[in-house]
Every structure is written in structure tokens, then in C-alpha cells.
Design a protein around this ligand. Sequence first.
Ligand code: ADP
Length: 319
Amino acid sequence: MLSNLRLLVLENPTADFVMDGLEQIEKRRLINWYERSTQRSEELKTVLDAFLWCCTDGEYAADLGDSGAFTPVFKKKADELGITTEMLLSLFFSHDALFGDLNAIPQRADIDAPLFIVFEGLDGSGKSTQINMLRDRLKQMGRRACVTAEPTSSATGGLIRDALSNNYKRTPSEMAALFLIDRISHNVNPVWGIKKLLNEGMDVISDRYYYSSFAYQGMGTDLEWIMDMNLRCPDILRPDLCIYLDVNPARSRSRLAGDRTHLEIFENDESVMEETRKRFLDVFKKLNVDENICVIDANRPINVVADEIFNIVSQYCKK
Ligand code: ADP
């Protein structure tokens, strides 16, 4: 039974915090919970689905507070699962009790507001390396953290990837528009969107965001137009913090050459990389009044860069 629950949780890529919680729940308590639940439903899969939903979307719906908004969401899910709304509500309250007194699991009220952090930098600047290190450190602090990236895995993300690998040529304006659509999905997708993850209490760390559109597409089309449509779009969140990993283009290119057999269109030419770096820095000057942007010298060893990033992010955690 426990392993079925694990499998179900593993199938849901945004639920790794549930997995963390499960590691610490005594098997006995989980089985008691399940036995209580099965008095009302014979179906293991239904109960497990309900459990997982209670831990994710159910908690989000409950956070809406007033029952006017909360009950229809539970009713819709109960219909989908083929159980009564009362039973789903009762599962919801018992799932909460299951996590109840486990000190090792951070409780919702103890968790600082979730953070939305963006990493930017040239390819090869160390974004993936640093993002993974930061995510692990945030988790060690007891926070829930997850990583997203642009382009996303959406259909529009696929069109962007085709253009980046030069399989299909697009103008800079087309690229800017495609990135905008993909970024809106990145924010609002009901399963993996940034807003959903933040609402669940997760810190979200994104590998690239609108600053990349400004730096890359801003070179070939009207920068003000791109900034306007991104910054004024009501569905696109402003990050709490943007960390720019600043590397010398020759160095980032040599790091990439070590890793890849094939370079994307923006990675081929060192002078284009130098120009892109300048564009990033210019855009940051324009935005710095309204946004928290940190430029980090990422030419240094991995651990030195990681420590500096963690020091900065820790200050935001205490806000
Ligand atoms: P990005 O995601 O920005 O393209 P990666 O994190 O994939 O960059 O790093 C590209 C390569 O450079 C990887 O092989 C990585 O191990 C290496 N690397 C990353 N940061 C550093 C660093 N500070 N010093 C030396 N090598 C690094």
C-alpha cells in the first residue's frame, strides 16, 4: 500500500514535497488513515488519488478561505473521483491530521512566503548547476522548492526549440511573440504553472524568464515593444529576485564546448555573446528601480558562486 502511494506521488512531478513528507510518516499511521478511509470507499486508487489531491490542489482550494469559493472546487473533484463531496471533505480533514504533529515537516504557518527566483546568464554561465544547488539548499532549510525553465514543455515551447536549433527560421519578432505565449503558459498552467506552485507554498526557481527576451530578441526588433508586452501582461508575474550569472563569453563558450556536440544559434558566435551580455546589463539598469536584480561574478569556482547566491537568497527568506 505504501509503495502504491509512492508510485502515485512519483507520477505527479509537482508533488515531491508530498514525497518528502511520506519519508517521515510512520507506516502505521498511514495504514490507519487508509483503513479509516476505506470504510467509505473500496477503491484503493480512488483513496490515493483523493489523498494526493488533498495534499496539492485541495490545500490550495482550502486556502481560498470562504466556503463559497471552496465547496465548488471540492464538489467538482468529488464528481471526477466518483465519491460524495462530504467524503472528499472528510478525507481532506483526515489527511491534514495525518501530517499533524510531525515536527520534522515544516507546517504551512511556519514557512516564509514562497519565493519566485529567476536565473539568467549566457549559455554555459552555470545556471543549471547553480539552480540545482540552490534548490537543494532551500530544501535543506525545510522549504519546498522546485525548478522550472523557459522555453517550457508546452507546444509553443517546442516551436521555440525548433527555431533555436535552427530547424525552422523565425524572425526576432516571431520569437518574441512565441516566448510571450510560452511565458504566459509558464505562469498560468493549472498543473505546472508558476502561480500554482507558489500557491502551494513552493519556492519556484526558473531557468530564464523575460530578461532573456529583452536581451536576445531585443537585438533584432523593438526592445520597448517586447518590454511593454511582457511587463504589462497581467498574467506574467514579476520575480522576487533575478540572479544574473555574469561570465566572460570566452569562458562560457569553452564550458559549453566541453559539454555539447552541437551549439544553438546564440551560442556560436563569441561577439554575439558579448553583445548579449551588454544587452542584459543595459536592461538591468532600466529595470533596477522596480526589480531586485543581482549580478554575480560567475567566473569563479562553483562553490564560491553558490555560497554568494545562498547568502543573498537567505536574506529574502527572512523577509
Ligand atoms: P547553463 O545552464 O548556464 O548553460 P551549466 O550549469 O549547464 O550552464 O554549466 C555548463 C558547464 O560549465 C557544465 O559542465 C558545468 O559543470 C560547468 N560549470 C558551471 N559553473 C562553473 C564554474 N563556476 N566553474 C567552472 N565550470 C562551471
